[in-house]
Write a protein that binds this ligand. Structure first.
Ligand code: HEC
Ligand code: HEC
Length: 369
C-alpha cells in the first residue's frame, strides 16, 4: 500500500491512510506545525529551507522526492550507502522506523542521535519534512510566497558606486570604513568575564535545563555529559588532571563558569548557534553544573547568584604576569631598524595609486615596484 501510494506521488494521502490503518485511535493526525518544533532537535545537524547547506547531517529539502542517501556532496556512512544502493526512497514507514532508533535501525549510521521515542513526534516531524519542497520552499505556501514577493522584488538594484567615487571617510585615525552602529557593537559585544561582567539579566533552573539538554545537547554530549562517540564530554574527569590522559571537562578543568555561559550562548547547539534565549542558557549552564555534581537538582542559576559559584579547578590557574618579569620588560622594544618616529599615518590610498590589475594578463601599473 505504502509503496504504491508513494509511487503515485501522493505522499500526503499515503501518510494519513497509513496512520489510520496502523492505529486504532482514528483521531491521530500528523501535524506539520508541531513537527516544526520537533525539528529543533534535528536542526543542529540538518538544515532545511532555501539555500540550505549540509551540516553534520545532509540538508533535507525535498526528502521524499529524492532517493535516500543521495544529497549531493554529502559523505554518507558506508552503512547508508549499502542500505540505499538500490536507489530507493524514504517513505513514512522506513523513516518512522529509522527515527525511532537510528543506530539500531541502520547499524553503523553516522547519525549520532538516540532517536525520537514518541510516535506522535515522529509523525509530526515527518509531516513537517514532507511540506518542504526540493528548492526549500514550503509546499502549498509557494504560490502565496510568490505573490508576496512579486510586489517587493520589483526593486531595481542600484549599481554599486566605484571605489574612487566614494568620498574618503572623515572619522577615525585611518579614515577607513564607517563607524560601527550601536546595535552592531551590541550584537558583537557578548563576551562574559569571570567576574560576571557582561551577563544578561535572567535565570534558569536545573529542571528546565535538563529538558533542554535532553532535546538539544544529549545527542552529541551524552545524557550524562559523558559524550557520545567522539563528541566532547561535559562532565566527569575529576582527579584525572595528573594522569597521562587527563579528561579535561567543565567540572574537572575549567576555571570559570562564565566561560560555560559565554560558550554555550555563542556556539551551541553545534550547527544552530545563537538559537537559545538568555534564560535557556542560564538553565543549561545550571544543568551542566548539576551533571558535574556541583549543585543539586533544585538549583536555579541567575545573574544575581552567578558570582557565588566557584569552579573546582580555579585555584590551579594563575594570572599571566609575564609582563611584570624583568626579561619580558627588556624585550618590549619591537622595532628593529629604520623605524619611523611617532605614529604611522596614511599617505596615499590604493585606489588613487590605482594598483588594482585591470584584468587577465595585466601586470599592474608598476607603482608598487
Ligand atoms: C547528531 C546529528 C544529527 C541529529 C541530531 C539528527 N541527524 Fe539525521 N542524520 C545525521 C547524519 C550524519 C545523517 C547521515 C547518516 C549516514 O550517513 O549514516 C543523517 C541522516 C538523516 C536522514 C536521511 C537523509 C538522506 O539523505 O537520506 C534523515 C531523513 C534524517 N537524518 C532525519 C533526521 C531527523 C528528522 C532528526 C531529528 C528528529 C535528525 N535526523 C537528527 C545527523 C543527525
Ligand atoms: C551536533 C552535535 C552537538 C550538539 C547538538 C551540541 N554540541 Fe556542544 N559541542 C559540539 C562540538 C563539536 C564541540 C566542540 C567544538 C569545538 O571544539 O570547536 C562542542 C563543545 C561544547 C562545549 C565545550 C566543551 C569543551 O570542553 O570544550 C560545551 C560547554 C557545549 N558544547 C555545550 C553544549 C550544549 C549546552 C548544547 C545544547 C544546547 C550542545 N553543546 C549541543 C557538538 C555539539
Amino acid at each position: 500500500l505504502n509503496k504504491r501510494l508513494c509511487r503515485a506521488g501522493n505522499l500526503f494521502t499515503g501518510f494519513v491512510l497509513l496512520l489510520l490503518a496502523g492505529t486504532t485511535v482514528t483521531s491521530v493526525r500528523a501535524d506539520a506545525v508541531a513537527g516544526k518544533v520537533v525539528f529543533n532537535q534535528c536542526a543542529g545537524c540538518h538544515a532545511v529551507g532555501e539555500g540550505a547547506t549540509h551540516r553534520f547531517g545532509p540538508q533535507l529539502n525535498g526528502l521524499f522526492s529524492r532517493a535516500a542517501a543521495s544529497a549531493s556532496e554529502f559523505e554518507y556512512s558506508a552503512a547508508f550507502r549499502s542500505t540505499f544502493d538500490d536507489g530507493s526512497r524514504w517513505d513514512v514507514l522506513t523513516l518512522d522506523a529509522y527515527l525511532e532508533s537510528p543506530m539500531s535501525n541502520i547499524p553503523g549510521t553516522k547519525m549520532a542521535y538516540p532517536g525520537l521515542k514518541s510516535s506522535e513526534d515522529r509523525s509530526n516531524v515527518i509531516a513537517y519534512l514532507a511540506t518542504i519542497n526540493a528548492d526549500g520552499t514550503i509546499a502549498g505556501a509557494s504560490k502565496q510566497a510568490g505573490e508576496l514577493n512579486a510586489g517587493s522584488s520589483k526593486k531595481v538594484d542600484t549599481p554599486r558606486a566605484l571605489a574612487s567615487e566614494v568620498p574618503v571617510p572623515e572619522h577615525g585615525v585611518l579614515h577607513l570604513g564607517r563607524p560601527a552602529l550601536d546595535e552592531e557593537i551590541k550584537a558583537w559585544d557578548i563576551d562574559i568575564r569571570p567576574d560576571g561582567t557582561g551577563l544578561p539579566a535572567g535565570q534558569g533552573s536545573v529542571e528546565v535545563g535538563g529538558e533542554l539538554y535532553d532535546l538539544q545537547c544529549a545527542s552529541c554530549h551524552g545524557v550524562f555529559g559523558e559524550g557520545e562517540g567522539r563528541w566532547p564530554m561535559l562532565a566527569g574527569g575529576q582527579d584525572t588532571l595528573t594522569d597521562d590522559r587527563p579528561e579535561k571537562t567543565i567540572g574537572s578543568y575549567w576555571p570559570y563558569l562564565s566561560t560555560v555561559y559565554d560558550y554555550v550562548r555563542r556556539a551551541m547547539p553545534f550547527g544552530n548557534a545563537r538559537s537559545l534565549s538568555d534564560d535557556d542558557v542560564y538553565a543549561l549552564t545550571a544543568y551542566v553544573l548539576y551533571l558535574n555534581d556541583l549543585v543539586d537538582d533544585s538549583f536555579v542559576l541567575s545573574a544575581e547568584n552567578f558570582g557565588e559559584i566557584t569552579m573546582p579547578n580555579e585555584s590551579n590557574f594563575m594570572a599571566d604576569n609575564r609582563s611584570a618579569e624583568p626579561w619580558f620588560e627588556a624585550a618590549e622594544e619591537p622595532c628593529m631598524t629604520d623605524c619611523i618616529s611617532g605614529n604611522a599615518s596614511v599617505s596615499q590610498r590604493a585606489r588613487i595609486l590605482d594598483v588594482t590589475p585591470e584584468g587577465e594578463g595585466d601586470t599592474g601599473s608598476g607603482v608598487l615596484d
